[in-house]
Ligand binder design. Structure first.
Ligand code: FAD
Ligand code: NAD
Length: 476
């Protein structure tokens, strides 16, 4: 493949895949003057996922949590190339990434190769379906902006269809039954948002059918939010009971049709029973699966043969069994949960590492220049050896970069009716809290974490707007 036409031949080419939490945190702190940086992602924006569940009901508008990658790159010291494309395969032998433009508008060139000296993989994960029949065809996921838009549209379609003249009572019940599969944080937060929407808006706007609205949350394990403390699990389950969200634990979905979900329930006596849930909207939130481009790379590297959940990396986030390839976030297996918090810290770590490597290289070059000039001009030996010593001291200091260490700040989740749960590490101790105060903490924490001031302002505006005027129920 052709190298970048305008690339600086004296610098290494650093290719970064993805524009999510991992890659964007890396870009934020990376000194782009040290490398020819190329970013490749099918999404030309960063998405603040923690507020994605709020977009499904219009509490927050989707554009308020998106930040264009081109705006982010414009503020970097040296120019960064961005290609809106998907990486379809990575060849670690030839050091090239094959990319494809799969967007709606296409030019003559839709596929090509990008060579790299250094590669960072931050492509995230896709939705797990465990091969359960009917899931891909009939359910909505909740990972990307398009998913949230689809859900928002479908909720209102179900409501308007249920309100259709002479609709049969059974059909009204089915259409207004919203089923969420997966009791992890995604499923829990979505169920909470959905119930709020009905209580605060739909009930007023479509009162005649509002009593028939139901939310069911299905979870295979004995409880929801398995990663939270027992106290918060109990608090969430009792809040859901008050909110009339039907939580079905020990219930595993086995099959999905266009109108029903079939699940197997394990009773207290261990006996298994099949239940059919008719639904209007089905949201599938059962966690992560490995993306095809990552699976393909893993199959090319013998050291990855035992890794199942993604690319096994070492303590410097180098993909095991490769050279010059690093992985961050949900596609990497570093021993941490697949969260934005972990991905963000991994990205920042790599930025420090790469800034450091560039400094190291520059110092090593200076040392070698100085050492050779020392032989040529013995007269200035004293000054030169003083400088040499100084460079060597600096080099020792920056070469001493410590391995990646994750620092857990805590877990937060919104559970509806202006309540949230939080497991937070404070002054080396753990604090578990749930309720309205925690909700205010949740809001202020996420507001402060928004990518830009623009995002922050938009989100605040959305919160005020939906509180003051109600959520916008127009079906786009
Ligand atoms: P992502 O952020 O998913 O980014 C992946 C990027 O790679 C995207 O830009 C994508 O377009 C791109 N990409 C995909 N395929 C390719 C390809 N073939 N080639 C090139 N690029 C590609 N975590 C928390 O810590 N706190 C929360 O409150 C929280 N809330 C969440 C709410 C929801 C609804 C969801 C779904 C997740 C939430 N998470 C939260 C988890 C968090 O979003 C993920 O762990 C995080 O996004 C992982 O970051 P990442 O960079 O690995 O992947
Ligand atoms: P998850 O993996 O945390 O939870 C998925 C749940 O689905 C599991 O509890 C699993 O038992 C259940 N499940 C799987 N198959 C099932 C089936 N057939 N029938 C019924 N239940 C089934 O997934 P998630 O909630 O999407 O979260 C993914 C990652 O993102 C996690 O690391 C999570 O911590 C993070 N996240 C964090 C937040 C937050 O901090 N507020 C919000 C969303 C996501």
């Amino acid at each position: 493949p052709e190298p970048q036409a305008d690339a600086d031949p004296t610098k290494k080419t650093l290719v970064i895949l993805g524009t999510g939490w991992g890659s964007v945190s890396l870009l934020k702190k990376l000194d782009t003057e040290n490398y020819n940086v190329v970013v490749i992602s099918p999404r030309n924006y960063f998405l603040f996922t923690p507020l994605l569940p709020s977009c499904t009901t219009g509490t927050v508008e989707h554009r308020s949590i998106m930040e264009p990658i081109r705006t982010i790159l414009r503020h970097k010291k040296a120019a960064v190339k961005f290609y809106e494309a998907e990486a379809s395969s990575i060849d670690p032998e030839r050091k090239v990434v094959r990319i494809a433009d799969n967007s709606e508008v296409q030019g003559d060139m839709t596929e090509t190769e990008v060579p790299y000296d250094m590669l960072v993989i931050g492509v995230g994960a896709e939705n797990a379906t465990f091969g359960i029949p009917g899931v891909r065809e009939h359910s909505c996921f909740l990972k990307e902006i398009g998913d949230a838009q689809q859900i928002r549209k479908k909720i209102m379609d179900c409501v308007e269809t249920a309100a259709f003249k002479d609709q049969t009572p059974e059909e009204v019940d089915r259409l207004l039954h919203m089923v969420v599969v997966g009791g992890g944080p995604t499923g829990v937060e979505f169920a909470g948002e959905l119930q709020d929407f009905f209580e605060e808006d739909i009930r007023k706007l479509v009162p005649d059918i509002s009593d028939r609205f139901r939310v069911t949350l299905i979870e295979a394990l004995p409880n929801v939010l398995p990663s939270f403390s027992k106290q918060l699990i109990d608090y969430t389950e009792s809040t859901f009971k008050e909110e009339k969200i039907d939580v079905r634990t020990k219930t595993m979905v086995k099959n999905v049709t266009d109108k029903t979900v079939e699940a197997q329930v394990t009773g207290p006596d261990g006996e298994k029973q099949t239940i059919i849930f008719p639904y209007g909207l089905l949201v599938w939130a059962t966690g992560n699966a490995v993306r095809p481009v990552v699976k393909d790379l893993m199959s090319r590297i013998p050291a990855q043969k035992d890794s199942r959940r993604g690319l096994a990396v070492n303590e410097y986030l180098v993909v095991q069994g490769t050279r010059d390839i690093w992985a961050v976030g949900d596609c990497a297996v570093a021993g941490y949960a697949p969260t934005a918090q972990v991905a963000g810290q991994e990205g920042s770590f790599l930025a420090r590492l790469f800034n450091n490597m560039a400094q190291t290289q520059a110092l090593e070059d200076k040392i070698s220049d100085l050492s050779s000039s020392l032989n040529l001009q013995p007269g200035d030996a004293a000054e030169a050896s003083r400088r040499l010593e100084e460079y060597q001291r600096q080099l020792r200091r920056i070469k001493n970069i410590k391995p990646f260490h994750y620092s857990h700040q805590g877990s937060l989740a919104y559970i509806g009716s202006e309540k949230a749960v939080a497991d937070v590490s404070w002054f080396n101790g753990n604090v578990a809290a749930g309720g309205r105060l925690t909700y205010l903490f949740w809001r202020s924490a996420y507001l402060s974490m928004c990518f830009s001031s623009r995002n922050r302002l938009l989100v605040l505006n959305d919160w005020f707007k939906s509180k003051l005027f109600g959520r916008d129920v127009s079906r786009e």
